[in-house]
Design a protein around this ligand. Structure first.
Ligand code: AMP
Length: 505
């Protein structure tokens, strides 16, 4: 048996001397370096006592070394467990306690602050953004053992990674991803998005999340392409790199920020072949603005930590703004009545469920939660509400928990947001339900206004007649920006908490 996921990388190597990762400071790594360096991490992990199936937890700044460490953990037969760099020591304590990793790798600058949280972990290593630290030193010491490292055999069903979900309700859950969840999805995306060894991806996403670590990195590695590896979103730098690149993958914020760059033009984006967006809804207006400014239609896709990528707009066909396209090859998707589980027809809004080789194994040490989120026939209940239109395009309406029930009627925030966003002067909006003595929940709009934006009464008047009365916001609040997490998702839970008392007597 081979190492199922790493075989995908090995088989994709075009020429060992080819550059796979380049940083803005001009550091370059070839495929041969990637094989040697990941082998060195694998050897160092085994030498440190890591056994097959052990977790390797990592909270470090983005750098090429993180990719080598990830692949090293996979080659060592371990389970890679990346953690958001924004997590506090208390949060890290929860994850380490839950995952019980054999090794925890952290930033040298946070070593002391995390000492208590990591007290139960056998070995703590450090790794900084410049590639220094005791983890890198352990890999250096592995030397010959690293270059000769024989990958630990792992089959398609074995665990390759655990990613904790963002957990906006209750505790985060560890999504267990198998070798084949990751390998099959990478293969599908290579084909569907037509990746080849000629591709150069601008990689400016974090690598603790499924988007940057798996969708972006695995797809490039599986096709033998290369990456321009940026530590973070830097619109000017991205723009300046476009002439040397072919693909950009980003969250919607990438595109709204790039649209503010005066240099963005058809010429600047002329050498690019593909712009992909996901992880949060891309406004139809951003899609249109991008097309007008660059001549490119952004390709929007939909997925989640638990399912990898499930749908994508077509590469060659119509990329329809405001939709996430069709189920990917091999993925089954259906929309059902959330209460009964009965399948719904075209255009009916319900719960999105998916099944396929992309869908995770379950939540780490949470058999009840896992059982509750799978149907008997193997479909995973995503928690996202949406519909499939008569052309087969999937539309995401929002998270199930964001659904507002006002006076007994269901209100889908996206429908109200779309109407508000269309008003002149409105930059964007978030519609939430807040506890209300009469209605149970009251539809409430939080609006970011620009020049010419109507006031509260103006917004309410403009929506009258366009939306049923029960959908119209009882109150409209104005803010300078919406709270977003690092993946660009609007944090509606923070808005709900901040305004929880709005309708209290
Ligand atoms: P995560 O597990 O952090 O990747 O978050 C997954 C969630 O992000 C999904 O369940 C959706 O709610 C949301 N999401 C991802 N892609 C899209 C998209 N293209 N449009 C709307 N929501 C999306």
């Amino acid at each position: 048996m081979t190492n199922h996921l790493f075989s995908l990388v090995r088989d994709g190597v075009p020429d060992p001397a080819k550059t796979v990762i380049e940083t803005p400071e001009g550091r370059r790594y070839t495929y041969a370096d990637l094989i040697a360096r990941s082998g060195a991490y694998a050897a160092a992990l085994r030498a440190a006592g890591v056994e097959t199936g052990d977790r390797v937890a990592v909270q470090v700044e983005k750098s090429p070394e993180v990719i080598f460490l990830y692949l090293g953990a996979v080659r060592a037969g371990a389970v890679f467990l990346p953690l958001n760099t924004a997590y506090t020591p208390a949060e890290i304590g929860y994850f380490l306690n839950d995952a019980e990793p054999a090794v925890f790798v952290c930033d040298p600058g946070r070593r002391d602050a995390l000492a208590e949280a990591a007290a139960g972990v056998r070995r703590i290593w450090t790794l900084d953004g410049a590639g220094g630290g005791s983890a890198a030193e352990a890999a250096d010491r592995a030397g010959d053992a690293g270059s000769a490292f024989a990958d630990v055999p792992r089959g398609p069903e074995d665990l390759a990674a655990i990613l904790y979900t963002s957990g906006t309700t209750g505790r985060s859950k560890g999504a267990m991803l198998t070798h084949d969840n990751l390998a099959s999805n990478a293969r599908t995306l290579v084909d569907f998005w037509r990746f080849t060894a000629d591709d150069v991806l601008i990689h400016a996403l974090p690598v603790f999340h499924t988007h940057g670590l798996f969708v972006a990195t695995n797809t490039v590695l599986a096709s033998g392409g290369s990456m321009l590896f940026l530590p973070r979103l830097d619109p000017k730098l991205i723009l300046s790199l476009m002439p040397r690149a072919s693909v950009l993958m980003g969250v919607p914020t990438f595109y709204t920020r790039l649209l503010k760059e005066p240099g963005l033009s058809p010429e600047a984006a002329g050498d690019m072949r593909l712009f992909v967006s996901g992880s949060a809804p891309l406004l139809a207006e951003t899609h249109r603005a991008w097309q007008a400014r660059t001549g490119h239609a952004i390709l929007e896709r939909y997925g989640m930590t638990e399912t990898n990528m499930s749908t994508s707009n077509p590469y060659a066909g119509d990329r329809v703004a405001g939709t996430v396209g069709f189920p990917l090859p091999g993925v089954s998707l259906r929309v059902v009545d959330p209460e009964t589980g009965a399948a719904l027809g075209p255009d009916a809004v319900g719960m999105i469920e998916v099944k396929g080789p992309n869908v995770f194994l379950g939540y780490w040490r949470m058999p009840e939660k896992t059982a509750a989120e799978f149907r008997a026939d193997g479909f995973f209940i995503t928690g996202d509400l949406g519909k499939v239109d008569d052309r087969g395009y999937v539309h995401i309406v929002g998270r199930g928990k964001d659904l507002i029930i006002s006076g007994g009627f269901n209100v889908y925030p996206k429908e109200v947001e779309t109407e508000i966003d269309a008003l002149p002067g409105v930059v964007e909006s978030a519609v939430i339900g807040l506890s209300h003595p009469d209605f149970g929940e009251a539809v409430t709009a939080v609006v970011v206004g620009g020049p010419g934006c109507p006031d509260e009464a103006g917004v309410q008047a403009a929506l009258e007649g366009r939306l049923a009365r029960f959908k119209c916001p009882k109150r409209v609040l104005f803010v300078s920006e919406l709270p977003r997490n690092t993946m660009g998702k609007v944090q509606k839970n923070l808005l709900r908490d901040a305004h929880a008392e709005l309708y209290r007597d």
